[in-house]
Design a protein around this ligand. Structure first.
Ligand code: PLP
Length: 445
């Protein structure tokens, strides 16, 4: 039998990867098992999964309860349709459960298979909402620069990271991006959003779309009053607010949903990832009672939008079990407490080492910025590859993190499973300290 690495090179086109790098080196690692916050590869090496894989394995790896929930549901009814008003208990129960934990006033759920489909669905539902009320020209979606909303047609365009538009160009139109508040503050960002709305014409804008905390943009936490002001601006112009809670949902930030940190309620909220902790693919959009009322009253005939796996019964059963574990084990509170520990650890590293700029975290969604000279706000030269080097040093020490590099920044992101305990946080922070110290010797002249 050919070895796995050769087969990977020959047959597997990897998502968000360098195909040339894969062809030169083969896959970086072939994972075989997961247990708690750890992954083990096919050579027996263990890694701390400090990113919850793709910000999604919230309850950690290897939970038998989820395997059992899937097996039981598969034996009973692995799949049946939810089209044409066919229904089944797992999707009904999950919709009710999500309504019960979502911010009040959001009670009706459309299911998808993941985050990108959820954002495309939210965008289409938003445009449909305006159309059935006699405002078909309200199509524009205003996103934020550096936002990441996925790679389906509309979510690619809503994404504010231009590299994602480069691959195949834009598939859909009517998107624009306003400035973020990061670094410049609320006032400038709200002014940019207002100017963008006015430049487009408010009567042409369907929705403003934002992550409560930008994840792939580099764990960018907004200033305290920013999201409330976005909400107020949307209300002022009668525009809908779509919150992308794909990363921030299901306990990640020390609240069940990220926007709760700022007491803001959106009109539509998208979710995926942590809803099943990645054990099966599932996502969705939850809409306000008002939107649901408008749909009930005015959406005539069939709603021509649905995925084969919208409300997949096995995925829904796994999601119900996952949410039950999050609640029974107080994992939202654990994310808050362990997040504070993680942040204290980052602050200590900043005190010890002179190449650390901003350190930040909300719950267990955190980041550390590497800088040549934090006192004068000087970034490392991009050629030094500071963040990728630290990520590699961490990998060599058995910790998986993610680098983000934008406009000269070198950011290391952390989002460990929210089951992480105090001694594991300590271990993660110590290894990070060690990796940065080792790399400092190479990075500082
Ligand atoms: N929205 C956000 C905030 C994300 O971080 C992601 C994925 O990382 C997505 C949407 C897309 O989700 P998916 O990859 O499940 O399509």
């Amino acid at each position: 039998m050919k070895n796995l690495s050769e087969l990977d090179k020959k047959h597997f086109i990897h998502p968000t990867s360098s195909i040339q790098q894969q062809q030169e080196n083969g896959p970086k690692v072939i994972m075989e098992k997961g247990d708690g916050i750890f992954l083990t590869d096919n050579n027996g090496n263990a890694y701390m999964d400090a990113m919850s894989s793709l910000w999604n394995v919230n309850i950690g790896h290897g939970r038998k309860e989820l395997a059992d929930a899937a097996a039981q549901q598969m034996e009973k009814l692995a799949f049946s349709s939810a089209f044409s008003t066919f229904s089944h208990e797992p999707a009904i129960r999950l919709a009710e459960k999500i309504a019960s934990i979502a911010p009040s006033g959001l009670n009706a759920v459309f299911f998808t298979s993941g985050g990108s489909e959820s954002n495309d669905s939210a965008i289409k539902l938003t445009r449909h909402y305006w159309k059935i009320q006699g405002q078909p020209d309200r199509r524009k979606i205003i996103g934020l620069k550096r936002a990441y909303h996925g790679v389906a047609a509309a979510s690619t365009s809503a994404t504010g990271i231009p590299e994602f538009w480069g691959m195949a160009g834009h598939m859909v139109t009517d998107f624009t991006h306003a400035d973020t508040p990061y670094g410049t503050g609320t006032e400038k960002a709200i002014k940019s959003l207002r100017l963008t709305i006015e430049a487009e014409g408010a009567e042409k804008v369907a929705a403003v779309m934002a992550e409560p905390i930008q994840g792939a943009g580099g764990v960018l936490i907004p200033p305290e009053d920013y999201l409330q002001k976005v909400r107020a601006l949307c209300d002022e112009y009668g525009i809908l607010f779509i919150a992308d809670e794909v990363i921030t949902g299901f306990g990640r930030t020390g609240k069940m949903f990220g926007l709760e940190n700022w007491g803001v309620t959106p009109d539509l909220m998208t979710f995926a990832k942590g809803v099943t902790s990645g054990y099966l693919p599932l996502g969705g959009v939850i809409v306000s009672d008002h939107i649901h009322e408008v749909l009930k009253e005015k959406s005539a005939g069939t709603l021509f939008h649905g995925f084969t796996y919208s409300g997949h019964p096995t995925a829904a059963s796994v999601a119900l079990e996952n949410i039950d574990i999050i609640e029974q084990e107080d994992l939202v509170e654990n994310a808050r407490n362990m997040g504070e520990e993680m942040l204290k650890g980052f602050q200590q590293i900043k005190a010890d080492l002179d190449i650390i700029g901003d350190v930040r975290s909300v719950g267990l969604l955190g980041a550390v910025e590497l800088m040549q000279d934090p006192d004068s706000n000087q970034n490392f030269s991009p050629d030094l590859q500071a963040a990728p080097k630290v990520i590699e040093a961490l990998f060599q020490r058995g910790v998986i993190c993610r680098p983000v590099r934008f406009d000269g920044t070198d950011i290391i992101c952390f989002a460990p499973p929210i089951v992480i305990n105090r001694s594991e946080v300590k271990q993660m922070v110590e290894k990070f300290h060690d990796a940065v110290s080792a790399m400092r010797k190479q990075l500082v002249f």
